[in-house]
Design a binder for this molecule. Sequence first.
Ligand code: KQY
Length: 369
Amino acid sequence: MRILKTVPAEDGFFMPAEFAPHSGCIMIFPHRRDSWQNGAYAARKAFAEVIGIISQSEEVTVCARFDDYDSARGMLPERVRVVEMESDDSWARDVAPTFVTNGRELRGIDWGFNAWGGLEDGLYFPWDKDNKMARKLCDLMRVDVYDKRDFVLEGGSIHSDGEGTILTTEACLLSRGRNPALTKEEIEEELKRCLGARKVIWLPSGIYQDETNEHVDNICAFTAPAEVVLAWTDDENDPQYVLSKSCLDVLEHSTDAAGRPIRVHKLPLPAPVTITAEECDGLDDMNGEPTRIPGERLAASYVNFYISNRNVICPQFGDPRDADALRILQELFPDRKVEGVYARDILIGGGNIHCITQQIPAVDNGVHI
Ligand code: KQY
């Protein structure tokens, strides 16, 4: 594996859209007891359900710590590969490589990872095992890796349409815990150079209470070139309303890199999801402090879905709007079967189905992970 210091865009590489074909998907077996209640048992079952669906149409690789390898191997289908790899937590979207391609060759980008804000407002310390995963995964896959550890970024904070347009949020990428020495213009330039893009659409905000500083993948996602879903509420008294409305205003006045207006499909939000006292009791403290408090609102959103080769896997919350979300997505993805997975036990960790996955784009060089 070569560690590259060159610029992906100058090498002819770009980030494909998630709806383009995949050769595989990377995930991490959950283990962190202050993120996932009751020793992560319920989270493991929910992850396994997601893995079961994705692995029907993609090669899934699951990273498990030494102590968890046997549990992972025992819970997951034989067709899924389990590899031993240390991690601090289980958000493959944010710690696995972002993959770029020139159509024939795949390469990974190894961004700096600092647990969503480092010592400023990060969510745990240390994070060095997570920060090393992207490079290790590229080594495992025999793909060259771009060394971008000088630039802090998580995969959940970007979406690509594969045709030159990137979606991101100001709340996250301009947060003080990531790249405080860079201006917005410099960050935008870095995104274009690394992801082979020509245009960055900056949404102001994400989902209320999203502890990643409001990753884009919880509020807005491409469903096709120039088409997005946006997490939406009509309740003007909900603090989410102004956040979603600010994004809608930007999207309605934006064109993509090809000059097309963006078509926005509103995806309703579930009623506010709050964590119970019993769930909090099942979480370990972090440095003597609870990581969640009973009644705390969690950043629930149906937009946090994963697009696999044959399915769209969408979080479900036991809310009457669950079925509406599935119906809307099915209309937008007529060539895939939309599947719901009850995801409250993933959400308790702070993210959802998109956050626990990282797709590997297909390239036609015959190399598989
Ligand atoms: O949403 C994500 N991409 C990650 C969430 C991390 C939460 C850590 N408690």
